[in-house]
Design a protein around this ligand. Structure first.
Ligand code: SF4
Length: 252
């Protein structure tokens, strides 16, 4: 059993890995990797599609108009950003906000699965088509499944998924706001319900110990090699200063 503090530290390690990720071509056009932000021990996670222009600049998810609407909807059910964790399917902005491509989603999905495993939410709200299709592993569109909670297994975690429309949809179609409100209204009951039964933990076969190779005889040399654990002093002195996005994880 891993403690919340340990999981938070491991989440920071995943963030450190993601923030310099170049695994897909979006790394060439993004300004910032938008990993996600919020409570690292949240019972409720939101998963959107991908960062937009504001998020790409600011390094945080849902900081534009759609984000303000999300805050309002949260407030109406007695929650605030500090209670939840918000992430996206893609951590980097697709150019001109085009739709995520299947290869990008496939390449990036491991980060999301690791976020879910480490945050251990009880409920995940998928916001819009892309996250709903990905996390339900089903091509059915959001209009057919929104507001219908179901249990799915993501990585090694069973969670309740509640698909809802992306808040941006209500910015363009105001009548959508009532639908969003009705779906949000289910959250308090879903959060109060017991955790779905979890999959059995994986059993790892013990790895047989391998005898170490004998060290080769040291040659006469005045130079002292640096071990990987002991970086040269000069290299340590050149460690870059933390940049402005160091705080983008925004953990509470
Ligand atoms: S979108 Fe995901 S996989 Fe692609 S570069 Fe960004 S973090 Fe890496």
């Amino acid at each position: 059993m891993t403690s919340a503090v340990e999981r938070r530290e491991q989440l920071k390690e995943v963030w450190q890995e993601a923030r310099t990720c170049t695994k897909c071509p979006l790394s060439e056009t993004r300004q910032t990797v938008v990993f996600g932000a919020g409570n690292a021990d949240a019972d409720l996670m939101f998963v959107g599609e991908a960062p937009g222009a504001n998020e790409d600049r600011g390094g945080l998810p849902f900081i534009g108009q759609a984000g303000r609407l999300l805050d309002r909807l949260l407030e109406e059910v007695g929650l605030e950003r500090g209670d939840v964790f918000i992430a996206n399917v893609l951590k980097c902005r697709p150019p001109n906000n085009r739709d995520p491509r299947p290869t990008e989603i496939e390449t990036c999905r491991d980060y999301l699965h690791r976020q879910v495993e480490l945050i251990e939410p009880k409920v995940i709200c998928t916001l819009g088509n892309f996250s709903t299709k990905l996390l339900r592993d089903d091509p059915t569109g959001i209009s057919k499944v929104h507001g219908n909670p179901e249990v799915v297994v993501l990585g090694r975690r069973a969670v309740t998924i509640l698909p809802i429309y992306h808040p941006a949809a209500a910015l363009y179609t105001p009548s959508m706001l009532d639908t969003l409100r009705a779906d949000f209204a289910q959250l308090p009951d879903l959060l109060a319900a017991p955790l779905p039964p979890q999959p059995a933990p994986e059993v790892f076969e013990p790895v047989p110990e391998v005898e170490p190779e004998p060290e080769p005889e040291a040659e006469d040399s005045p130079e002292v090699a640096h071990t990987p654990e002991e970086p040269p002093a000069a290299a340590a002195a050149e460690e870059p200063e933390p940049d402005v996005h160091q705080d983008q994880l925004g953990l509470f």
